[in-house]
Design a protein. Structure first.
Length: 529
């Protein structure tokens, strides 16, 4: 055994499993990045991906007209440049000559249009179709009133894409960084998980998928900016249990986690505080109420009682990372927006609980004749703990009997669409772009993300009026009014606003706070020091 190897073994014996030897080996190779993924991706089809785990893969596999820097700045992607006309409603994108699919063929403007029509086609029921609403004709296509061919986008040449908007949308360049807007080479590749048939246009290509275990990516040799893709291979280790992912990180089996158990904070702060990265981002955890269920359909007092019986400060504190409690849906920090809250959010606990009890009695329920509900949530330790805690609050304050139903993530994604399986479902919304409309459009009557089944014409009309407004201040007030209407109807129970939390090995460079919590592998590198 050589001198360097003896020193390395001694180092590891002294320091334990916190990746001493692993760090040296990884720094030398600089070629493999192992990332934790807290759930199985549901799809790698941009038209179908509505969960964060799928999006994490898609932003490595694909590239849109625009991309984001590590800190969220919008940069040219497949489009090397673009211009917008004086009305703010017509964008012309110029595709770069070097943009190629992983099979070497040029990326064409027509392939963006093809992909967008797939997203909007109502027969497909894409959950990300709302993201394309700003494009002329998109709302009517989603509603089935126009065929997809009427979409306001055309390609005068293979390398020029013209997009017509129904009204100005200054956030469009950022919107185009989302996977809903990515191009698709063919429907066959979009539906297949087979590496042999996969065609993508991003920094990486899919090389292997082991369901429930790992997704492996390799550098795309035909990517136009391949010289700036510094990590050759990315392995996503699927570990939904946060303690399991933490153990893998400690053992040097994962370089970057996407979850951190709250019970590990004292140890991390004492031993490796610089490896914990926490930052707020635009996302909300909430409970959706099944408005087709007889108990909730017409009983506003009951829905409000459930909302007021929850101690959100206690819920947020239990998360352990400084998450703010949520009394509204649109998070703080959203562009050109003042967060809205329920009018009772400043009440003390005694008054809040007293009012919850009064509403519950007025709604027709008592401790002797309690409400019985089923609470559906996906398998996740932190989510389960929150569900148990809220069920206990409802029981102690109101006497509600709650049946907890925990399902594996892919199963949960199906069950949340089946209203016969639940009265309450734990949901979350992460911004696709930094604008309040992205949150509020979720509750339009015909939105595919409207799990609660909320329908209010005044709410929809305010959103429509805001979409037509050209004055940013007028638009802001209309969106704020729309949120107040929705909150007063209690179709959902906001719980807390998210913060991102990751453990990052010292040799992984490039992790930055991002308002949309995006961490693309292209922006990362592995340092030798």
């Amino acid at each position: 055994m050589g001198r360097a190897a003896v020193l390395l073994v001694s180092c590891c014996l002294l320091l334990g499993l916190w990746s001493c030897g692993d760090q040296t080996n990884r720094a030398v190779s600089g070629q493999i990045l192992r990332r934790g993924l807290a759930g199985e991706p549901s799809t790698v089809d941009p038209a179908a991906a509505a969960d964060n785990f799928s999006f994490q893969l898609l932003q490595d596999l694909y590239e849109g007209l625009t991309i984001e820097s590590a800190t969220g700045q919008v940069l040219p992607g497949v489009a090397s440049s673009w211009e917008v006309d004086q009305t703010g409603t017509e964008y012309t994108f110029h595709l770069r000559d070097g943009a190629r699919w992983s099979n070497g063929k040029p990326v064409r403007a027509q392939e963006f249009i093809f992909a967008w029509k797939r997203v909007l086609d109502p027969t497909r029921g894409s959950q990300v179709s709302d993201d394309l609403r700003p494009i002329e004709g998109a709302p009517e296509i989603i509603a089935g009133r126009l065929p997809p061919n009427e979409l306001g986008a055309y390609a005068p040449r293979d390398n020029v894409l013209v997009v017509k908007l129904a009204r100005p949308a200054p956030y469009l360049p950022q919107l185009l960084t989302h996977s809903a807007t990515f191009p698709v080479y063919s429907e066959v590749s979009a539906r297949s998980h087979s590496p042999e048939s996969w065609v993508s246009n991003g920094p990486y290509v899919l090389t292997r998928w082991l369901p429930g275990t790992r997704v492996e990516l390799g550098r795309n040799s035909n990517y136009w900016d391949r010289e700036n893709v510094r990590i050759a291979r990315v392995e996503y280790e699927i570990a939904s249990d946060q303690n399991s992912q933490f153990a893998q990180y400690r053992a040097g089996q994962i370089d970057v986690t996407d979850i951190v158990p709250a019970n590990a904070i004292p140890w991390i702060n004492a031993e490796h505080p610089k490896e914990l990265v926490v930052a707020p981002f635009l996302a909300t955890a909430y409970f959706g109420l099944n408005l087709s269920a007889p108990n909730f359909a017409t009983n506003l007092q009951l829905r409000k009682a459930l909302a007021m019986a929850i101690d959100r400060k206690r819920i947020a504190a239990a998360q352990g990372f400084g998450q703010p409690p949520a009394y509204g849906f649109v998070p703080p920090g959203t562009w050109n927006y003042n967060p809205q809250n329920w009018e009772w959010s400043s009440l003390g606990d005694v008054d809040r609980i007293a009012e919850a009890k009064r509403l519950y009695l007025d709604a027709g329920y008592t401790f002797a004749r309690p409400l019985r509900i089923r609470l559906l949530f996906n398998a996740n330790t932190a989510i389960k703990q929150t569900a148990i805690l809220i069920a206990a609050m409802w029981k102690s304050v109101l006497g509600i009997e709650t049946e907890l139903t925990e399902e594996e993530y892919r199963v949960f994604l199906q069950s949340r669409r089946d209203k016969t399986k639940w009265e309450v479902a734990r949901l979350g919304w992460t911004a696709d772009f930094n604008d309040a409309s992205n949150f509020l459009d979720t509750f339009r009557e015909n939105s595919p993300n409207n799990d609660a089944g909320y329908a209010n014409r005044t709410f929809d009309s305010l959103l429509d009026e805001a979409a037509r407004a050209t004055d940013p201040e007028v638009r802001k007030h209309l969106l704020e009014a729309a949120e107040r209407v929705m909150l007063n109807d209690y179709p959902i129970l906001p719980l807390y606003f998210f913060v991102s939390k990751r453990l990052v090995k010292p040799y992984v460079q490039g992790v930055q706070p991002n308002p949309l919590d995006r961490l693309t592998s292209k922006t990362l590198s592995i340092s030798a020091h």
